[in-house]
Design a binder for this molecule. Structure first.
Ligand code: 7TS
Length: 424
């Protein structure tokens, strides 16, 4: 529906318009000046990782130049400054996702670690043989394998929500999967391989009717949609900083305080304890109970800068720009003979996955690279999803706030060149 409306309004879309601000946004990202193979970089691999604005690069650099010290430990000034900057970032993330308290924000390495934390702490301590966890067919391997490991450890079973051929979840089937044995639902907010925005609000309501908590994998949602964990009423929300214009190696697990309080620690070590003796150890309060060892301090500070950067742009402008771009790209590639889009959900974010008849996606990716166009090809860590569509891989262009219509034109031009080279 959103896309249909945008198709109709495409004639009004003008990327040079100040309204979208895309050219001033581009200027914030130094890497966009880069050339590859002698061509200007057209970076369309944002679902894998986004580029970083100067504000993020400088926040990390300033920390190392002026404030570098370990956090939560020292009485000396640098340690206090580092701790203040670190905890300020926690507040920024709290406000980004509208969590009730900063104690509900656990810093982890990324989405992958956040989901493993929930599986090994929440799942392992509560689930028993015969219990069920509901996932969907479109999950990233990061939201499959941690649960499979838990299945081996506890005898829990996985139940899988099927999808239709547009790449949308079958909600009726989901409803039927929920039963007395269900202990958790873990689904992607947005699909990384197709861009489908799942109806998570309705899914959470349904799960809660059965008293079942819900974990949302927000890796692909966090940079494209405003996320409000209170209005979603999700129990856990996981995301990575590097997909949000922030650094790699840092991410967030949000959990409702009552759940986190009741969970055992995930890892043991410094910072997560209140007192240690050989007679017994007591654990620290939230969020520190889940943050064992020296954290990625520069990464947290960089993530805070990324959150500020995004707040400066605003989701209204960002969404309008990205959806207009997706609509333009979808329309542009639709005319290419032999091209099939994988994932045509009515509700989508800025991801365009496709296959070209008779040409392997890796060949598409390699030739596009010679044009300076960076896309991702492969199964995108969603092998069960690929199996559903009867394919091994797709070529995926994924957009961010700094991409332009001219870049989409270059993508399309390069795809035509691929077809020409393969005589298709
Ligand atoms: N979940 C989803 C939906 C993802 O898209 C990804 C990464 C992850 C989890 C894992 O995130 P990480 O930061 O912990 O690695 N997705 C992709 C992708 O689509 N291409 O490269 C990485």
């Amino acid at each position: 529906m959103i896309l249909d409306n945008l198709f109709q309004s495409l004639s009004y879309y003008d990327e040079s318009s100040e309204k979208y601000g895309v050219h001033s946004w581009r200027a914030d990202f130094p890497i966009l000046e880069t050339s590859v193979h002698g061509k200007p970089l057209v970076y369309l691999d944002n679902a894998a990782t986004t580029q970083k604005p100067l504000a993020v690069i400088e926040a990390e650099s300033l920390y190392y130049r002026h404030d570098n010290a370990n956090v939560h430990r020292g009485v000396h000034l640098l340690s206090q400054r580092a701790t203040d900057a670190f905890e300020a970032a926690r507040f920024k993330v709290q406000h980004l996702i509208n969590a009730v308290s900063p104690d509900e924000i656990i810093f982890v390495r990324g989405t992958t670690e956040a989901i493993n934390l929930v599986a090994q702490s929440y799942g392992r301590s509560r689930f028993k043989a015969g219990d069920e966890i509901i996932l969907s067919r479109m999950e990233h391997h990061s939201n499959i394998v941690p649960w499979q490991i838990l299945c081996e450890q506890t005898g829990v079973n996985l139940r899988i929500i099927p999808i239709n051929n547009s790449g949308e979840l079958e909600l009726e089937a989901y409803n039927q999967l929920l039963n007395l044995r269900t202990k958790l639902v873990a689904v992607a907010h947005v699909s990384n391989a197709m861009g489908t925005i799942n109806p998570v609000r309705a899914m959470i309501d349904l799960a809660h009717v059965h008293g079942v908590p819900v974990l949302l994998d927000g890796a692909q949602a966090i940079a494209h949609l405003p996320v409000d964990v209170q209005s979603l009423d999700c129990d856990f929300y996981a995301f990575s900083g590097h997909k949000l214009y922030g650094p790699t190696g840092i991410g967030v697990l949000f959990g409702k305080a009552a759940l986190l309080e009741a969970m055992p620690p995930y890892q043991g070590g410094g910072d997560m304890i209140r007192s240690v003796s050989f007679d017994g150890t007591t654990y620290n309060t939230l969020p520190y109970k889940f943050e064992a060892g020296t954290p990625n301090i520069a990464g947290v500070i960089g993530l805070g800068a990324a959150v500020d950067y995004l707040a400066g742009i605003g989701f209204d402008a960002l969404i309008e720009h990205e959806l207009a771009l997706l609509a333009y790209a979808t329309q542009s590639v639709s005319d290419i003979p032999g091209l099939r889009i994988i994932g045509n959900a009515l509700e989508k974010t800025a991801i365009l996955s496709f296959v070209l008849e008779g040409i392997h996606p890796h060949d598409i990716g390699t030739i596009l690279d010679r044009h300076g166009v960076a896309i991702r090809t492969g199964h995108h860590c969603t092998m069960p999803l690929m199996e559903h569509f009867g394919i091994a891989a797709t070529a995926r262009a994924s957009f961010a706030l700094y991409n332009t219509r001219t870049e989409v034109d270059k993508l399309v031009e390069a795809i035509y060149h691929v077809k020409e080279l393969f005589g298709r």
